[in-house]
Design a binder for this molecule. Structure first.
Ligand SMILES: Cc1cc2nc3c(=O)[nH]c(=O)nc-3n(C[C@H](O)[C@H](O)[C@H](O)COP(=O)(O)OP(=O)(O)OC[C@H]3O[C@@H](n4cnc5c(N)ncnc54)[C@H](O)[C@@H]3O)c2cc1C
Length: 501
């Protein structure tokens, strides 16, 4: 059996594994493994709030202007359209180009003289099993083309193998969450996309005849249709489900094909050709507070790095650089126990209260009946409300006083008993956890008049963290809180680079 040694072995060359892996290869010798045969392969497609990519020169070349207009079109309720309201907008990420770029960075570092020399991207290898030792990990891989095994020894294993992670299952790692299940096609429109304009995003499209039960909720398996118009000749229609269980791929595919043949919503796509199939599952409505095992870090979808609404890619792009640098420092110090690794994934407190609102919204979407969803859509366009609130809720930008305003407006449009009905009894634990975070953040906020340093001093003695003031123009952060580690983020690139295992 072939044996390899490195500092860090990363399983998964999706956006999480390649972004963190390529960044780590500036400081350490890294091996990134994936079962796919080319780095650029990916069944997902991303749009992310512009604030996430702003100023990141590595990512900017792979962005298109993105969403300009949101549309809702439900079969029994409101048609609404509004121009995207957030300051930095929403960018589409060219997924294949960005993944290739990260692979190129890794390759460049592997050939350079630095500590990442000898790093590798191993494509066509499938993860089989791992063993954690006192001083490292051993990972067994299978090369599918030759049916041969390779053993990789490293100080740290990073699981970036996505929502179907075997490592997470083996380790019993789990966050209570809902899943978005998605299936769709990237389509080529040789004659243009007609009335659908570049930058249009159909956010909520519902239809009558694909589910005989017109009262069925998303949780009960009723899908919504969405589409993005990527450029003059390219669209991306898809169906989405929001449920505790992932929807089987075959069911999503059948339902989508049925819709594309029979539903009025699919008329604009008639005559277009299928270029690529997109599908997958991503976590939603959970709050990841960092999951880890001794010598194993979980990132991306495998680590539930997602916001309640499921901006998984946004989360990765916000965090990969600082996270990789913090990880490199931990590897150099060989501080790779569970608690240390989990501690990097703490949210800034002020973000948690934004998450509560988002989490409540995700629960609502999953369990509300179609007419309640219609009222929810109409709600954003009533006096005192505004679609900007809608965007802020789903991008985690909503601020303290806006949350209170939202709650007041929501309670005036929906009866308390109705809202209580929508949240299943078994989910009250998630809601309680979310509310506790909100109350904690609220208290610190109210104490802020005492001055940051005084509050910070008292809070640290009590073992709490205090939120930093939110910058005026902040739209979306979704960042882990690296404030405690600032001094560790400047990892030297002149390290030993070699494996100690
Ligand atoms: C259709 C779709 C649309 C989406 N749209 C958006 C969006 O607009 N904005 C947004 O922010 N997020 C979006 N998401 C969510 C986002 O795509 C995910 O959060 C993100 O891709 C997670 O990246 P990842 O690297 O953790 O996992 P993945 O992208 O799933 O990558 C995991 C990698 O691990 C590899 N792998 C898995 N198992 C093994 C194994 N045993 N051995 C070797 N390799 C293995 C896989 O081949 C894959 O390359 C969307 C998701 C889907 C499915």
């Amino acid at each position: 059996m072939q044996e390899l040694q490195c500092d860090v072995v990363v399983i998964g060359a999706g956006p999480a594994g390649l972004s963190v892996g390529s960044e780590l290869s500036k400081y350490l010798r890294v091996v990134v493994v994936d079962q796919k045969d080319h780095a650029s392969k990916c069944t997902k497609s991303w749009f992310v709030p512009g604030i996430v990519t702003k100023g990141n020169k590595d990512i900017e070349p792979f962005l298109t202007p993105g969403v300009k207009r949101f549309i809702t079109n439900t079969y029994e309720g409101p048609f609404k359209a509004w121009d995207a309201k957030l300051k930095y907008g929403y960018k589409f990420v060219k997924e294949h180009g960005l993944l290739d770029h990260f692979a190129g960075v890794l390759e460049g570092n592997s050939k350079a003289k630095g500590p990442g020399k000898g790093s590798k991207l191993m494509l066509g290898y499938t993860y089989q099993s791992h063993v954690v030792l006192s001083d490292g990990v051993k990972v067994r891989l299978l090369k599918s083309s030759t049916d041969t095994e390779t053993m990789v020894r490293a100080r740290l294993l990073v699981d970036a193998s996505g929502s179907e992670s075997l490592i997470a299952q083996e380790c019993g790692v789990h966050e209570q969450c809902y899943w978005w299940s998605v299936y769709g096609w990237i389509m080529d429109h040789p004659k243009g996309t007609g009335d659908m304009k570049v930058g249009d995003y159909l956010l909520w499209g519902t239809f009558g005849d694909s589910n005989p039960d017109l009262k069925a909720t998303l949780a009960a398996g009723r899908p919504v249709m969405e589409y993005e118009i990527l450029d003059e000749h390219t669209s991306f229609p898809m169906v989405l489900y929001l449920r505790k269980q992932k929807m089987p791929l075959a069911s999503m595919k059948n339902e989508f094909e049925h819709i594309m043949k029979h539903e009025d919503l699919s008329n604009p796509f008639k005559g277009a050709a299928v270029k690529e199939r997109k599908w997958g599952w991503y976590p939603s409505a959970g709050i990841s507070q960092g999951i880890a095992k001794d010598r194993i870090a979980f990132i991306g979808d495998a680590g539930y790095w997602s916001t309640p609404c499921g901006w998984g890619m946004g989360f990765i792009l916000t965090n990969y650089r600082k996270y990789a640098r913090r990880l490199a420092a931990a590897v150099k110090d060989d501080k790779l126990d569970r608690a240390t690794l989990a501690s990097f994934c703490k949210m800034a407190i002020h973000e948690k209260n934004e998450m509560v609102v988002d989490q409540v919204a995700a629960h609502f979407l999953s369990h509300a009946t179609p007419d309640q969803i219609d009222r929810f859509i109409a709600f954003w366009d009533t006096p005192g409300m505004n679609f900007k609130y809608c965007e802020k809720v789903f991008t985690l930008t909503v601020q303290e006083e806006e949350i209170l305003h939202l709650a007041r407006c929501l309670f005036s449009r929906f009866k308390f008993s109705e809202l209580k009905e929508i949240f299943p009894r078994e989910d009250t634990a998630i809601v309680r956890r979310a509310v506790a975070l909100y109350v904690q953040a609220f208290i610190w906020d109210k104490l802020s008049f005492l001055g940051h340093s005084l509050v910070h001093g008292v809070a640290s003695r009590l073992g709490f963290k205090v939120p930093k003031p939110i910058p005026e123009d902040q739209e979306f952060e979704n960042g882990f809180d690296f404030a405690d580690y600032e001094d560790l983020l400047d990892v030297s690139t002149q390290g030993d680079g070699g494996a100690r295992t």
